[in-house]
Design a protein around this ligand. Structure first.
Ligand code: HEM
Length: 465
């Protein structure tokens, strides 16, 4: 990869842009997960906060859209633009587009939150409950930031396009196409709506967040370890097999529904096919850090990437088995699925976003986070999400078994209750971790540069960052 130095002026402008993306994303992380925390306490305490504006139905969509489009999309896009610039040996190009894109991301998230809380929504369209004009602003944000990304890569100094940029550009292009398809009015009714719903909800995770997170990891991991990626070919294999298998697996959310049986079967077969890109990608990362545990231990960014890759492997492999009809028949509609969502969107995507920010932001702002705060952030988030996932996995299986046995519904509620309390405890730890992360973001962006920070950051990547 190129990694040539940019001029001091363009570097300062890049630093301001990257900081602005990270600050916005951090605001949305705090807001949307405070909402998630309130939701998690509503399970064991259903009489908590009963006003319509704080009702479960409205807040759930605010939480999911806020974490998806406010937190993860903005955080990853900030890292993406930096990675594209570094791997192209240039500064971020089309910065005006990127700034405008950031404004659109925020306007969409604000309008989306307000309209959802007023009860104005497309309630039957999960992860796309925002009304059409709010979604349009979000798509504009994608197009604007995508333009900046493509321009940066197009003006690279080397002929080869580094593997990260395959994933990053692929993610942007596919997501814009997918968002347009999800807009077509013809597909908003009847079974077409169900098919497009599966297509959108799963590809938002698989072709947007996953592609961006993998692209960032392909840059940050070798950079921090100070060694090349184990295999470029495995990266390319992962890219193309992801492209082939992912787009058609969404219907596994609608097994045993009136969707054509062959279509459901195709989604299951392709879900099994997903083992190829997942194992190729995670295997490539495992082999890259093999024998370098000492560097991982001494770094404050690498542990986040390591957890992200391990949870990518576990969560996605779990997804393949979850798609099988024999497993779905018990787990469908249970809290096991919510555990799976947080294993992937939190354990994988959010940890990679944190790893990317800790690895890359201090490089350009020359301001380091607090070491103790980073350690606390890591352990609270890691233990918190692990409690969250394990408790809902057990609670979900118990629910499913009760339903399969034909027990009264209340029996399954009583069985899940202790696990909901455990989820709220894990969620509290996760939220505390986010407050600590916000403090670190402050230190890495607007805080004063601590004495010796530049020296520490200019040392061996793996050891210092
Ligand atoms: C403090 C941290 C968090 C807490 C306490 C929390 C809590 C919750 C709760 C209570 C629900 C509703 C579950 C239900 O309907 O039964 C939920 C849903 C969801 N959350 Fe979170 N969450 C947190 C962080 C996140 C983050 C960071 C993301 C993504 C980046 C995320 C993504 C989702 C998704 C995708 C769903 C929908 C799950 C599904 O239907 O399968 N959450 N969360």
């Amino acid at each position: 990869m190129a990694d040539a130095p940019a001029t001091a002026v363009s570097e300062r402008a890049d630093a301001t842009l990257f900081s602005a993306f990270t600050l916005s994303a951090t605001f949305w992380l705090l807001f949307a997960t405070a909402v998630g925390l309130l939701l998690s306490f509503k399970f064991p305490y259903p009489d908590l906060a009963t006003s319509p504006f704080l009702s479960f139905g409205r807040l759930r969509a605010i939480h999911t859209n806020g974490t998806f489009y406010g937190w993860a999309s903005i955080a990853l896009t900030g890292c993406v633009l930096y990675v594209a610039a570094k791997t192209s040996g240039t500064a971020i190009k089309g910065k005006a587009f990127a700034w405008l894109g950031l404004i659109c991301y925020n306007i969409a998230a604000i309008c989306g939150t307000v309209t959802l809380d007023l009860g104005i929504n497309y309630g039957d369209q999960e992860y796309r409950e925002w009304v059409w004009w709010v979604k349009l602003i979000f798509v504009a944000a994608l197009a604007l930031t995508g333009t900046s990304l493509v321009r940066t890569v197009a003006e690279r100094v080397e002929r080869e396009i580094y593997i990260s940029n395959w994933y990053l550009i692929g993610g942007f292009v596919f997501t814009i196409i997918m968002s347009i398809i999800a807009f077509i009015p013809y597909y908003q009714y009847g079974m077409g709506q169900v098919a497009v719903q599966g297509y959108f909800m799963h590809n938002a995770v698989g072709m947007w967040f996953t592609f961006l997170a993998l692209g960032i990891t392909y840059y940050a991991l070798p950079k921090l370890l100070n060694r090349p990626i184990y295999s470029y070919a495995l990266g390319v294999l992962g890219f193309w097999t992801n492209m082939i298998f992912y787009p058609l697996i969404g219907a596994h959310h609608f097994e045993f529904t009136p969707l054509p049986w062959w279509f459901q079967t195709l989604a299951i077969v392709f879900s099994v096919g997903m083992l190829v890109p997942v194992w190729a990608g995670s295997g490539n990362f495992f082999l890259t850090w093999r024998g370098h545990w000492e560097t991982v231990r001494r770094s404050y960014a690498l542990p986040f990437l390591v957890v992200g890759v391990i949870y990518y492997f576990l969560g996605s492999t779990q997804g393949t088995f979850e798609a099988l009809r024999s497993v779905q028949i018990i787990l469908h509609f249970t809290n096991f699925v919510i555990g799976h969502s947080h294993l992937t969107m939190y354990g994988f995507i959010t940890f990679i976003a944190w790893g990317g920010i800790y690895a890359l932001l201090p490089q350009i702002t020359k301001k380091a986070p607090s070491l103790i705060a980073t350690g606390l952030h890591f352990w609270l988030a890691f233990i918190g999400v692990t409690i969250y996932v394990i408790s809902l996995s057990i609670g979900g299986v118990l629910q499913g078994l009760d339903w399969a046995a034909g027990n009264p519904f209340i029996v399954s509620v009583e069985a899940a209750d202790p696990y909901w309390v455990a989820r709220a405890v894990g969620g509290t730890m996760m939220f505390l971790a986010h407050c600590i992360f916000a403090y670190n973001v402050y230190l890495m962006t607007v805080g004063r540069r601590p004495a010796g920070a530049t020296r520490a950051l200019s040392g061996s990547q793996g050891a210092s960052v």
